[in-house]
Write a new protein. Structure first.
Length: 605
């Protein structure tokens, strides 16, 4: 090779797949590689002088007259020899990345090569010395592009290849199906009204950005219903169901070692999301999935609402009320800290086997109780829970987001507990207590009342809820619970219409859970008289099958059913889930907007 006659050069050519330029390297030699320089997969010959990689779509086109090679980093239908200027056509199969939509096609290509570094390739010669070793170009390609191999590629899947669609769930954004693709069970998520592909692309980009090989659900590709035109995402099928159903069906057999294993895995998945500077925004037990029936591996799914942590442009609030952090109902933005609050609720769910606030209506009254500054409503910690674990739950559920632990701290704690739990006296005692509570029928979802028919545990719009809290009389009783997806904005809009000086003089909290009160040491001191008097008060009754759990600096108060002097009629009323309890994600923005305007609301009992 005479490099003085023909130096390596680089530049841009037009892609025929989408309207953008792609980089090209002109090599003054005949390339004999049989593997891609980007992904190391085997190259496939198009002709005797052209080869390409179906995985990363790098094309090697040689000129048999000049014995030179063009390396093209993208899709094009022709190329020209730098030396003799002969034009060669290129014919490759791109059906697995060709959807007909430029935005989707560009994304599919981006999952196969590091588009962010294309400028470095196109300007390669501007950053090198002409006396350098020309063969170093391969090291350059390897260094700048090969890191994409850690991510999973996505492809365009013809709709005709998806067989046996069976609807299994429906949420705020779409419908989930079980289906078959190449004799493999897959999950198919239909994005309703996704002709506007912004929400759809948001989820698939979030999945790819946050993807890891262990604790985030895997995805295979994208398709489109040819009739309705809805886009659909093809994902790994979680045959073991979601976390809550697993807890409900197997709770008495789930030991503390298993609970810690689950916590380790889901905290690892959330750490992956946060490390990418993303937030989940809709984190609850319905979005934590078991891949197989042995329930040994758990992954985080449904990243449809995930966004960069610094993105505040989306004001729409979706979620499941019990898992939504109180600051969101006051008009705050979703954050990593609000994800931590949701994780705290999931940690509690692991201890109880029940969804939080399952026996009350998921309405404006519940939101009021959650954001109550004096006695914020929280679920009870069970008696078998080790103090270290319960303290971490308390910190996760702290009303002040700045006092919540980071996901790194939670992951480190969970890993440490798991390593020590088999030999730890603390967790050995916890397991003994758990066994005794189950034997005496004091612990477990089957030993409490049924879920309220209006408790909604699927994601739904919440903006309407957020606007309501201030317009609803705060003394109105909780009568319904809704656990299905629906907008929460209306609830939020009501919050701001309540007179900020209104006094709640009478409230009856009927619940299967204990009150879980998060208080700082300052609040504890200020309210000590209030707490004492509330036990004897006839105007404020807290009827519950769970303990009152006050989160304080050094004190945990447990109030039993006997201490509450419940009547038999009161106890019988606990055996029916509230009809309006809602446990599905829904928009909360409207509720939030009004709560924000009345953040100084004083609630007196």
């Amino acid at each position: 090779m005479c490099s003085d006659c023909y130096y390596i050069s680089s530049g841009w050519i037009k892609s025929t797949l989408f309207e953008k330029l792609i980089p090209i390297l002109y090599l003054p030699w005949w390339d004999t590689s049989n593997k891609s320089s980007v992904c190391s997969h085997n190259l496939k010959f198009i002709t005797d002088n052209q080869k390409w990689c179906p995985y990363c779509f790098i094309i090697y086109s040689g000129c048999r007259y000049c014995l030179t090679t063009n390396i093209i980093f993208g899709i094009t239908d022709q190329t020209q020899c730098k030396k003799c200027e002969r034009v060669s056509t290129i014919d490759i199969d791109i059906t697995n990345i060709s959807s007909g939509n430029h935005n989707i096609d560009e994304f599919l290509v981006s999952t196969r090569t590091n588009i962010d570094n294309h400028n470095k390739i196109a300007n390669y010669m501007n950053n090198t010395n002409k006396n350098f070793d020309p063969l170093n170009v391969y090291n350059f390609i390897d260094h700048e592009l090969k890191n994409i191999s850690s991510k999973r590629i996505m492809e365009w899947i013809p709709y005709s290849r998806i067989k046996n669609l069976e609807k299994i769930a429906e949420g705020g954004f779409g419908i989930i199906y079980k289906a078959t693709w190449f004799k493999t069970d897959v999950a198919v998520k239909r994005f309703l009204q996704s002709r506007d592909i912004s929400n759809f692309l948001n989820e698939v980009k979030s999945l790819h950005r946050c993807y890891d090989t262990i604790f985030i659900v895997k995805y295979y590709g994208i398709t489109q219903d040819p009739e309705i035109k809805d886009y659909m995402l093809i994902m790994e099928y979680a045959g073991g169901g979601d976390l809550h159903n697993y807890l409900r069906k197997n709770f008495i057999d789930i030991k503390w070692t298993t609970k810690l294993t689950i916590l380790c895995q889901i905290s690892d998945g959330l750490k992956t999301i946060h490390n990418e500077n993303f937030i989940h925004r809709d984190f609850h037990s319905g979005n934590i999935l078991s891949l197989k029936n042995d329930h040994k591996k758990w992954v985080i799914g449904d990243l449809g609402l995930s966004q960069p942590a610094n993105n505040s442009s989306n004001n729409e609030i979706y979620g499941v009320i019990p898992y939504v952090a109180p600051e969101i109902f006051k008009g705050g933005a979703f954050s990593k800290e609000s994800d931590i609050y949701s994780l705290g609720m999931i940690m509690w769910e692991l201890t109880s086997g029940r969804k939080p606030f399952f026996n009350v209506e998921h309405d404006i009254n519940l939101i009021y109780q959650i954001i109550d500054e004096k006695r914020p409503k929280r679920p009870i910690i069970t008696n078998d829970t080790p103090e270290c674990y319960s303290n971490l739950i308390k910190r996760c559920l702290d009303s002040d987001p700045s006092k919540r632990p980071s996901i790194t701290e939670i992951k480190e704690a969970a890993d440490d507990w798991y390593k020590k739990c088999r030999k730890s006296a603390i967790f050995r005692k916890a397991e003994e207590t758990r066994t005794e509570l189950i034997r005496s029928k004091q612990l477990g979802p089957e030993f409490v009342e049924k879920q309220h028919p209006s408790a909604i545990y699927t994601s739904r719009p919440l903006n309407s809820f957020i606007s309501q809290p201030s317009s609803v009389n705060s003394s109105s009783p909780i009568s319904k619970q809704d656990y299905t997806s629906k907008p929460l904005n209306s609830f939020i809009s009501q919050a701001s219409s309540v007179n900020s000086s209104s006094t709640i003089s009478k409230r009856v909290y009927v619940s299967e859970e204990y009150e879980f009160d998060i208080q700082s040491s300052k609040i504890e001191t200020e309210d000590s008289n209030y707490l004492k008097s509330s036990k004897s008060s006839t105007n404020s009754q807290y009827i519950s099958t769970e303990l009152d759990f006050d989160i304080e600096t050094n004190t945990q108060r447990l109030t039993t059913l006997d201490e509450m002097n419940m009547s038999s009629a009161d106890q019988n009323s606990l055996n029916t889930q509230h009809s309006n309890a809602v446990y599905t994600s829904r928009p909360l923005s409207v509720l939030i907007s009004n709560v924000k305007n009345n953040s100084e609301l004083n609630i007196k009992s």
